[in-house]
Design a protein around this ligand. Structure first.
Ligand SMILES: CC(C)(COP(=O)(O)OP(=O)(O)OC[C@H]1O[C@@H](n2cnc3c(N)ncnc32)[C@H](O)[C@@H]1OP(=O)(O)O)[C@@H](O)C(=O)NCCC(=O)NCCS
Length: 134
C-alpha cells in the first residue's frame, strides 16, 4: 500500500457510499485527518477500516486514535464486535499505530521481518491483516 497512489486507494465511491461510517477532523487550515470505514454486509459483526490519513504536521498528536475510537463507538452501537484493517509490509508506521491501538496482526509468511499474507491483494501485493475486538 505504501507506494500505491492515493487516487487508486480512495475512488469517489468511498465518499459517496460510506460517508455515514467515516470521520474527518478539520482545523483552520482545512482537512486535518480522515478515516474511511464501513460495516461488512456479509459479516454483520465485522466493521472494516479502509484507510486513515493524518496531515503530516498533525501526526503524533492522537488524531488517528481519536478517529478510530469514534469509529469503534459507532460500530459497537450498530452491533459490530470486531474491527479489521490491512496495511502494506513497508508501512511500519501504520503497523506501529495499529499495535498501539491493540490490534492483533496476522499473516502466513515472513516478509522483510514482517508477518504478512502473501499475495493478499494480488501478485506481489502482500498485506498485514489487523483485527481488534470491540
Ligand atoms: C499512521 C497514521 C494514521 C497515525 O496517525 P497519528 O495521528 O500520528 O497517530 P496517533 O497520534 O493517534 O497515535 C496513536 C498511537 O499510535 C502510535 N504511533 C503512531 N504513529 C507511530 C509511529 N510512526 N511509530 C510508532 N508509533 C506510532 C502512537 O505512539 C500512539 O500510541 P499511544 O497512544 O499509545 O501513545 C499517520 O502516520 C498517517 O497518516 N500515515 C500515512 C497514512 C497511512 O499510512 N495510513 C495507514 C494505512 S491504511
Amino acid at each position: 500500500m505504501a507506494g500505491t497512489s492515493i487516487h487508486l486507494l480512495l475512488p469517489p465511491l468511498f465518499f459517496q457510499h460510506f460517508s455515514d461510517t467515516s470521520f474527518i477532523a478539520e482545523d483552520d487550515a482545512g482537512l486535518g485527518a480522515f478515516l474511511i470505514g464501513f460495516h461488512s454486509h456479509a459479516q454483520p459483526e465485522v466493521a472494516y477500516i479502509h484507510f486513515v490519513g493524518v496531515r503530516p504536521d498533525l501526526r503524533g498528536l492522537g488524531l488517528a486514535r481519536t478517529l478510530y475510537e469514534a469509529f469503534f463507538a459507532e460500530a459497537r452501537a450498530a452491533g459490530c464486535r470486531r474491527v479489521d484493517a490491512i496495511t502494506g509490509v513497508p508501512n511500519r508506521r501504520s503497523q506501529a499505530f495499529h499495535a498501539a491501538l491493540g490490534f492483533e496482526a496476522s499473516g502466513d509468511t515472513d516478509i522483510d521481518g514482517v508477518r504478512a499474507w502473501h499475495d493478499y491483494d494480488g501478485p506481489g501485493e502482500h498485506r498485514v491483516a489487523f483485527s481488534k475486538a470491540i
